[in-house]
Design a protein around this ligand. Structure first.
Ligand SMILES: [Ca+2]
Length: 334
């Protein structure tokens, strides 16, 4: 992936030099082309998707075109997405309704209980999978697909239109390769994979190039102390909405033996996939062949699909600092 960044940077740099010559650092920064992105998310279950969407909307390298809720309960997920985008002032982003069962909700239901999906000022696609296929096929540039949940929508999209694979760069929060949750030495059947192993097998054998953050790296992200406090104190309306959602979600989890208090976040797995869509400087990336078995375990196997895997952190504190800087930034225009 470093090569891709480097080639992209060189092309951009030469282009800018041609256009405006030396001595225009400020306009060079703003001239950097953004990466078109689709986010496929099971927002509304674990809270980390809400953190990841917030980070994505505050990452200037990324140009979010569409969000789509995955793993069913699709109206609840679409409401969360639409309301968060509205708070962010980003109703230019289309919301896709995911495939399958539309009913059901989750621990953030309170935040959208009075929200009418019809009030969304942007586009709502009833068939989100069809809209995603259309967007990818019509995009003049390859699209980065950030996948942070079980991947039924993506398996369905590949089934309907296999050609999309040649125009997609896949970045996923999936699996467990050498370590499990919390850095333990045994691998886990990670939720996003095991929830629908068949769908994941389809996605993990498609022709697109892939990079993943397994639990080995994303399972270590938690903000505590001053870092967490800075998030709570940000005046940005989107960040305030994030904190509000986190508190609602935590309250709903109160019977859970893992007690969260006012001083720390939960594990922010999905944010690492957003990061890998624009950089990998703080992680060690290995090229590994990965196969998804029928039990939903990601196995290193020479017969598997070669992909880039963020297996370790090179600089975890630097990533946490970047995450805090991004999430606390005031980006919503009043
Ligand atoms: Ca997720």
């Amino acid at each position: 992936m470093m090569d891709r960044y480097r080639i992209g940077f060189m092309g951009w740099f030469l282009g800018v030099i041609t256009l405006c010559g030396f001595g225009c650092a400020q306009s060079m920064q703003s001239a950097q082309p953004k990466i078109p992105v689709i986010l496929d998310t099971d927002i509304g279950d674990d809270i980390d998707d809400t953190w990841a969407l917030t980070m994505l909307l505050k990452s200037p390298e990324l140009d979010l075109k569409m969000v789509i809720g995955d793993n069913y309960k699709s109206i609840y997920r679409a409401k969360l997405l639409a309301k968060l985008l509205t708070v962010a002032g980003r109703t230019d982003v289309a919301v896709g309704i995911g495939m399958g069962n539309r009913d059901g909700d989750g621990k953030q239901a309170d935040w959208v209980k009075d929200y009418d999906l019809k009030s969304y000022a942007g586009k709502i696609h009833e068939d989100g999978v069809a809209a995603m296929i259309d967007l990818i096929l019509k995009s003049p540039k390859p699209v980065t697909l950030i996948a942070i949940g079980p991947v039924q929508n993506l398996a369905e999209a590949l089934k309907r239109q296999p050609q999309i694979a040649s125009k997609v760069h896949f970045v996923g929060m999936h699996g467990s390769v050498r370590r499990g949750y919390g850095g333990k030495a045994q691998i886990d059947a990670e939720y996003n994979v095991k929830e629908d192993a068949k769908a994941c097998q389809k996605v993990f054998t498609a022709g697109w190039d892939m990079v993943i953050t397994p639990l080995d790296t994303c399972g270590l992200i938690q903000l505590k102390g001053d870092k967490y406090k800075a998030i709570c104190e940000s005046p940005d309306p989107l960040t305030k909405a994030l904190v509000e959602n986190y508190r609602i979600w935590r309250r709903e989890r109160s019977a859970d033996p893992i007690r969260q208090d006012e001083t720390e976040s939960s594990t922010l797995f999905d944010t690492v996939a957003v990061y890998l869509a624009f950089s990998d400087a703080f992680t060690k990336i290995e090229k590994l062949s990965i196969r998804v078995d029928d039990q939903g375990v990601t196995r290193i196997d020479p017969a598997g699909k070669p992909m880039e895997v963020a297996t370790e952190w090179k600089d975890l504190p630097a990533y946490e600092d970047l995450l805090v800087k991004r999430i606390t930034a005031v980006t919503v225009k009043r």
